[in-house]
Design a protein around this ligand. Structure first.
Ligand SMILES: [Cu+2]
Length: 145
């Protein structure tokens, strides 16, 4: 259980104690992006707010990062091929071997509700990536140390 989940659980307990006193709202969580408790460790949530949570994630060489669509909107995990560190393997949901193939094939490779995509990072460096249908705002970076 990560810290955010613990905080949410504690908050839910308080809300439970106050049940019957008020309706929705007023718990101070307005505007918070819901990661459904998924984000943390080597997990990245893809939310209905069209965001990767966390936007930047730092992991170690050899770690496997798993992305999950926690809302109802489908996304993709697609690496910017030209920005990959030298010698790094290309990665994209749908297991395409190039950015152009991933773009040209979408919605093949999309990650729907409750689905996941995982990639193991074997090369150190920064890996910028994006979501094909929401590229204008939905981008993230995996930093591998
Ligand atoms: Cu998206």
């Amino acid at each position: 259980m990560n810290r955010r989940t613990m905080l949410r659980s504690a908050s839910a307990g308080v809300v439970g104690l106050l049940a019957g006193c008020s309706g929705d709202g007023g718990n101070g969580s307005g505007g918070e992006t819901s990661d459904d408790g998924w984000a943390g460790g080597t997990n990245v949530a893809m939310t209905d707010s069209l965001a990767f949570e966390p936007k930047t994630l730092t992991v170690n060489v050899g770690d496997t990062v798993t992305w999950k669509t926690v809302g109802s909107v489908a996304h993709s995990v697609t690496a910017y091929e030209e920005k990959l560190p030298d010698g790094a393997a290309y990665f994209a949901s749908g297991e395409f071997d190039s950015e152009s193939a991933a773009r040209g094939s979408y919605p093949d490779g999309s990650v729907g509700a409750d689905e996941t995509y995982s990639h193991t990072f074997e090369t150190a460096g920064e890996f910028p990536y994006f979501c094909i249908p929401h590229e204008s705002g939905m981008r993230g970076t995996i930093v591998v140390e």
